[in-house]
Ligand binder design. Structure first.
Ligand SMILES: NC(=O)c1ccc[n+]([C@@H]2O[C@H](COP(=O)([O-])OP(=O)(O)OC[C@H]3O[C@@H](n4cnc5c(N)ncnc54)[C@H](O)[C@@H]3O)[C@@H](O)[C@H]2O)c1
Length: 470
């Protein structure tokens, strides 16, 4: 589905006319192209005194070959030297015209409300130095692991980050808060790579937790251009829309994708899986014997599975008073009960290999509710509950479980929404537009990475920081 207004606003004429009429000017977001570096442009790193993430963050910036800048500070210089990188020296007075593609701030050292001023002191002088399409990342400690002033201060980081996302979103800049548990300092690479890169173009205003559960394995040696090489990924609902993009993206990252869809869409499904060198299975995920049959087929044909993406989903919208019971049942069955049953069977039969990744597809409707969608929103909030309920259990088995909650994504599903609501869905986001299926797929690929073993129990919205559902 094309966004005609966005094309107009970014045309020569539109760029002149739109501001004069006070119309929105949604930025053109850059998406990832294979072979591209993680980040193109300089990164400024800063730290509140007493922070514990300088060494690991600078290590990642070194690994991705980023042009890194940092203040003239003995602790930072030492951390950079230990990370094997020579960071350029930054001071607001001497920086001249230097612009930054990313601003990364380690706020883990902030232990009380007064210390929050460190955010202001780092970001204020460079507020005009962030490039269009840039990245802003704040690193903190999960507040629930702290007490007193430190807990308060770390919780406060959310307000700062979400506001920054709203303030800079008009330039296509995204802002995220990444809480890193104590002891998980060496687990941040896959997450930093994702949020620094164009892969996260439509993800903004999110709070992510990196933990130390049993899912967090020793840092694997990864070929970051093909992190999923040798992995088998099951993607349900893979014949079109978001599922098709997920299948393509996981295949791009090296996985053998087993696409699943219902029998009437077998031809479409085969077209997708043939194109990406995957395999196709036709099943109705709600069938009584689906979990058993699927587990048996995955075992027999592929020796098991490493990544399971529960993408198949349906809407059957009706106001509650008009809703027939079968419509309630269908939505709950496909969106919630099928993922639950299939996951349980794959774990029980040990078809899911150790280090497995279970990924749910929720929706902002499951966070905020939606008129005429009591059934759908119940099922999608249930997907969040599914992540919460299983996070500790799966971590004990070395797996992770996470979900994405897409906002307005340009697909056949959203093309059917009436014009006025569709326009509101697009423009009422910090990034001023709908997302592409690939934006959901890239977020799933980050969860799926072997480098994301400590990313467990998260629900990340892929919504351009949409106001709807906020
Ligand atoms: N498009 C959006 O803006 C948006 C927003 C939030 C969440 N989502 C969620 O993302 C997922 C994909 O959405 P989409 O827009 O690509 O939808 P879509 O309708 O284009 O694709 C859904 C796929 O799931 C398959 N499917 C449905 N029931 C099935 C069953 N019983 N067994 C096997 N396969 C089945 C369908 O055949 C279809 O191929 C869904 O879970 C949806 O709820 C979408």
């Amino acid at each position: 589905m094309s966004d005609r207004y966005m094309k107009f606003a970014n045309s020569l004429l539109g760029r002149q006319v739109a501001p004069k009429l006070g119309l929105p000017q949604p930025p053109v977001l850059k998406r990832y192209r294979p072979g591209q570096p993680v980040i193109e442009g300089a990164v400024l790193f800063g730290q509140a005194p007493g922070g514990r993430l300088a060494a690991s963050t600078l290590g990642v910036l070194g690994a991705i070959g980023a042009e890194t800048w940092a203040a003239e500070d003995a602790a930072l210089r030492e951390a950079a030297a230990n990370a094997g990188i020579s960071a350029k020296i930054f001071s607001p007075d001497s920086a001249g015209d230097q612009k930054f593609q990313a601003l990364v701030f380690d706020a883990t050292g902030i232990t009380d409300a007064e210390g929050l001023k460190a955010l202001y002191e780092f970001f204020h002088p460079v507020g005009r130095k962030i490039r269009a399409g840039g990245r802003l990342i704040v690193l903190g400690t999960p507040p629930e692991s702290l007490e007193g002033g430190a807990r308060l201060a770390q919780r406060a980081l959310e307000g700062f980050t979400r506001s920054a996302g709203k303030e800079f979103g008009g330039k296509g800049v995204t802002a995220q808060l990444v809480y890193v548990a104590e002891g998980a300092e060496d687990q941040i690479e896959s997450t930093l790579r994702f949020f620094l890169s164009p892969k996260s173009a439509f993800v903004s205003g999110q709070v992510v937790r990196i933990g130390v559960g049993a899912g967090a394995t020793a840092k694997p040696e990864l070929d970051w251009s093909k992190p999923l090489a040798g992995k088998v990924a099951l993607v349900t609902g893979a014949s079109r829309g978001i599922g098709e993009a997920i299948a393509e993206t996981l295949a791009r990252d090296g996985a053998h994708v087993v696409g699943l869809d219902i029998e009437p869409l077998a031809e479409d499904l085969k077209r997708v899986t043939d194109r990406i060198g995957g395999s196709a299975i036709t099943f109705d995920v709600t069938a009584d014997d689906a979990p058993k049959e699927l587990a048996a087929q995955l075992k027999k044909e592929h020796g098991g599975v490493d990544i399971v993406v529960h993408n198949a989903g349906i809407t059957r919208d009706k106001r509650l008073a008009n809703m027939k019971p079968e419509i309630w049942d269908q939505v709950i069955q496909v969106n919630l009960i099928a993922p639950e049953r299939i996951t349980a069977e794959l774990i029980k039969k040990k078809v899911l290999h150790r280090g497995g990744r279970i990924i749910g597809v929720s929706s902002i409707a499951g966070i905020a509710g939606n008129n005429g969608q009591t059934n759908y929103a119940t099922s999608k909030a249930g997907v969040i509950g599914f992540v919460d309920a299983l996070r500790d259990e799966v971590a004990a088995g070395g797996h992770t479980i996470n979900a994405v909650a897409p906002g307005f994504i340009e697909t056949k599903m959203t093309a059917a929404i009436p014009f006025g609501i569709r326009e509101a869905g697009r423009r009422l986001a910090s990034l001023g537009q709908g997302g592409q299926p690939v934006d959901v797929a890239e977020t799933i690929a980050w969860y799926a990475s072997p480098g994301s073993g400590a990313v467990n129990g998260n629900v990340v919205r892929v919504c351009g920081q949409g106001l709807i559902g906020a």
